[in-house]
Design a protein around this ligand. Structure first.
Ligand code: UDP
Length: 486
């Protein structure tokens, strides 16, 4: 089918990790539900995603995966390996050099399938040129919020960290609607590579500059959450950011929520939900650090001890294999037995959407990945913020300073995958602060009000619902204009 056919075809080209694949699938479904033909360009390592699209396909919506060649051999990786291996830290320099060679494969797919629009991840800046060759618009998908993208742009433009007096001294990020301060320690490493690594810095620079040449951005956020930053994005870039989230809310029924990114299988899900059913409302703290974080054994020990000391019910997701059970290397002796009633440890993948929205859950300890943050907002939960890397230290500022729905555990250093070390006392204290007392009550109230707004945003007449309609109208108008010029 080409762009002359009446059904509008939109193509997505996300970063291959779960943090970008999962929201892309949700966004893809939203477009498919509005009658568009949708394709998702990804690597064969993500082939399993197809099973989560089954229900949407059975309902008659057109949505499918297109596989792109990935330079596995050039990177010395096994064909079709997992995204975690593809993006491991020691391959970064090589990746920055080699990834742009994928432009040719992307163009082949565009040539073959002729979508009317391309939504490509921010890490593929050359996708704009590829789209231009076929006369179609390219939108950026960052996988983050307006607040963090604005912070990134202002840091890039003004480089306030160059004048920071030390690594730990907070400095002001200029040109933002609020007074936001960060320290050099909390900044992503690629921002600081200017003098250290030309290749990595050039990659980061081209991704940021593509912001100003693309046709806009699609943002998994809703206007009422960060209005000043949604407007500021347009001021900074001259581009429109289309806010169509929270996109995870498109997963309405139990199976859709249970299957999202699911590697665990239904038995674990059922057990976890039965356990939650046995707990009083708002009594359980959910602790999860996304898909990429990999804490050291001694950090896991501190988390376990901190959760036990907090005295609260908890579900703690640990990205360890099932076989680790009982090894005790990362668990204080006998803890699992001792806290049987109070705590549940999930090894591997948790059904996060089901857990966050269970009535027994009353708080969320999060690494501030944007999906988790927004899912926590949509579930109306106060949060303990524990940023690790990526843009998570920016998201922490949004949660605590702007939205006032969380408290910090006190992580001070951006450390890819492993995170800053946090002691059990700080963990127990922060968990208690989001559960007990006046401060907790205030956060809970604000979080619940935001959850109501998030749901209103995606229902008919709401800001995100309208925005998606406008975007589709705009794409249709663009296509008509193009046809008239031919
Ligand atoms: N997630 C999940 N179960 C897990 C871990 C993560 O369902 O055990 C989902 C979570 O709901 C979110 C995504 O994976 O949608 C993680 O994205 P996020 O941006 O929070 O963090 P990242 O993994 O990119 O660091």
């Amino acid at each position: 089918m080409d762009s002359h056919d009446s059904q509008l075809h939109i193509s997505f080209f996300p970063f291959m990790g779960p943090g970008h694949m999962l929201p892309t699938i949700d966004i893809a479904k939203l477009f498919a539900f509005r009658g568009l033909k949708v394709t998702i360009i990804t690597t064969p390592s993500n082939a399993a995603v197809d099973s989560t699209l089954q229900k949407t396909k059975e309902l008659g919506f057109e949505i499918k995966l297109l596989f792109i060649k990935f330079p596995y051999a050039e990177l010395g990786l096994p064909e079709g390996c997992d995204a975690k291996l593809m993006f491991q830290p020691q391959l970064r320099r090589k990746l920055c050099k080699i990834i742009p060679s994928m432009q040719h494969s992307l163009e082949e797919l565009l040539q073959q399938h002729r979508p009317a629009c391309l939504v490509a991840d921010t890490i593929f800046p050359w996708a704009t040129d590829a789209a231009k060759k076929y006369g179609i618009p390219r939108f950026v998908f960052h996988g983050s919020c307006f607040f963090s993208v604005c912070a990134s742009i202002c840091l890039y433009k003004h480089k306030p960290h160059h004048k920071a007096i030390s690594d730990s001294e907070p400095f002001l990020i200029p040109d933002l609607p609020d007074e936001i301060k960060l320290s050099k320690n909390q900044l992503p490493d690629y921002i600081k590579q200017e003098e250290v690594d030309e290749i990595i810095y050039a990659f980061y620079k081209s991704a940021l500059e593509a912001e100003f040449t693309s046709d806009g951005a699609i943002v998994n956020s809703f206007y009422e959450l960060e209005p000043a930053y949604a407007d500021h994005y347009t001021k900074l870039t001259g581009r429109r950011g289309w806010h169509i989230g929270p996109v995870s809310l498109c997963n309405e029924d139990f199976d859709e929520k249970a299957q999202r990114g699911n590697e665990a299988g239904n038995n674990q899900n059922k057990y976890c939900l039965r356990w939650l059913d046995s707990k009083p409302p708002s009594s359980v703290i959910y602790v999860c650090f996304g898909s990429m974080t990999n804490f050291s054994d001694s950090q896991l020990m501190e988390i376990a001890a901190g959760l036990e000391a907090s005295g609260q019910h908890f579900i703690w997701v640990v990205k360890k294999e099932k076989e680790d059970k009982g090894n005790g290397k990362w668990l204080p002796e006998g803890l699992e037995k001792r806290v049987e009633e109070k705590g549940l440890i999930i090894r591997g993948w948790a059904p996060q959407l089901l857990i966050l929205n269970h009535v027994a859950v009353g708080g969320f300890v999060t690494h501030c990945g944007w999906n988790s943050t927004l899912e926590g907002v949509a579930a109306g939960l106060p949060m303990v913020t524990w940023p690790v890397s990526a843009e998570q230290f920016y998201n922490e500022k949004l949660i605590i300073q702007v939205l006032k729905i969380g408290v910090s555990v006190g992580a001070q250093k951006w450390i890819r995958v492993f995170g800053d070390y946090v002691k059990k006392e700080a963990i127990a204290k922060a968990v208690t602060r989001i559960v007990i007392g006046e401060e907790a009550e205030g956060m809970r109230k604000r979080a619940r009000a935001l959850a109501d707004k998030s749901k209103a945003a995606v229902t008919e007449g709401g800001s995100s619902h309208n925005e998606l309609n406008h975007l589709i109208q705009e794409l249709k108008a663009l296509r008509t204009e193009k046809l008239m010029l031919q």
